[in-house]
Design a protein around this ligand. Sequence first.
Ligand code: NCD
Ligand code: ZN
Ligand code: ZN
Length: 412
Amino acid sequence: RVVDADGNVLVPGIIDGHIHNREPGLEYKEDWESATRAAAAGGVTTVVGMPNTDPVIDRPDHLELKFERGEASAHVDFQSYAVVTSENIEQIPAIDEAGALGFKIFLGSTVGDVPPPNDGEVLEAMERIGETGKRLGFHEENGEIIDHYTERFQAEGRNEPIDHSHSRPVIAEQEAVERMITFAAETDAKIHMFHVSSGSAAEAVARGKARGVDVTAETCPHYLWFTEEVMREKGNVARVQPPIRDADEQARLWNALEEGAIDTIATDHAPHTPAEKKVDDPFGNTWDAISGFVGLETEVPAMLTFVDEGRFTLEEWVRRHSTRPAQVWGMYPQKGSLQVGTDADFTIVDPDREWMLEDRDTLHSKNCVTPFEGESFTGKAVTTIVRGEVVYEDGDVVGESGYGMRVDVDNS
Ligand code: NCD
Ligand code: ZN
Ligand code: ZN
């Protein structure tokens, strides 16, 4: 690490392995240009887009379309996952050839109409993806459990925005993690758990690692920052899938993180319009308020605040937010390492900068609803450098749209 005269610290470029850039097809929420502008402003040099776009990224030509759009307009480097459904298992080798960073399965429904494959199909997908050498990540919630409680609570007339973490209970997440670990032990697949929200699920990941399964896991700043009380304070604005959990689950998530169960930090940056988020009726009994919120410009500040509080060291933060994501997704050492003097990616942070997100519309996304509005941070990215070029400096995105490149992953 390099520290300049002002006390700013140079670290390897921060990688966000979980964003919803929404292009192609959902550009009213966000597109590659706006998402990567937000990334640059947040100190993030590489982003990986999720496949729940329109069309969904389930075929080589859809992936190529997504790459072309990114190459035309991105400010920072990027990649994409491809989704596996009941319909496209035989296309896995072709999607691999087309250059996807990895694969994703939505177990149970979330935002976007991507029906989950059944357990047999998941096993088969693991075998086929295993042959590509790539990793398979999950939206790891058991949809049958969620559907059951959602129907029951709706019939009982409960106020779901307040009880969000009950209609999508921890057991739905923990069970899915344990089942996928069992499947991976059988198939030798490399698997990843996106957006782990609870200590219960993180402890299941730890048990999987202990038995030798190649399972990696991610958590997001909001699960470490907020507890479920945030639903009473901010309502639908803070609604996200999986939900934000109670203090006990959060304490155990922190423990699991410290003990190595969680490999990576990513945002699950998921822009939606204020109307979709029901910002005008944050506490209404609105079962149809959408889940997800933006995070690209608050993830580095949130993590630096945890460093300031002594929750982990600067080095431990960089490992989880740059080095490990690069390793987990096969981008290391092209990304995620400090190669001073080469065409590398760097983030320069001011670890002492006091900052409050007073007005969400100062953010760079197309839609900026986030529960981090009104929160205060210690630490901020001040300069973002992608392949040797400054793309963000002193509050301004200075790089050009279209400079960002698709990260090439070794296909052999
Ligand atoms: C994500 C979205 O909006 O696409 N929303 C969310 O609440 N996390 C979907 C997802 O990551 O499951
Ligand atoms: Zn998800
Ligand atoms: Zn997501």
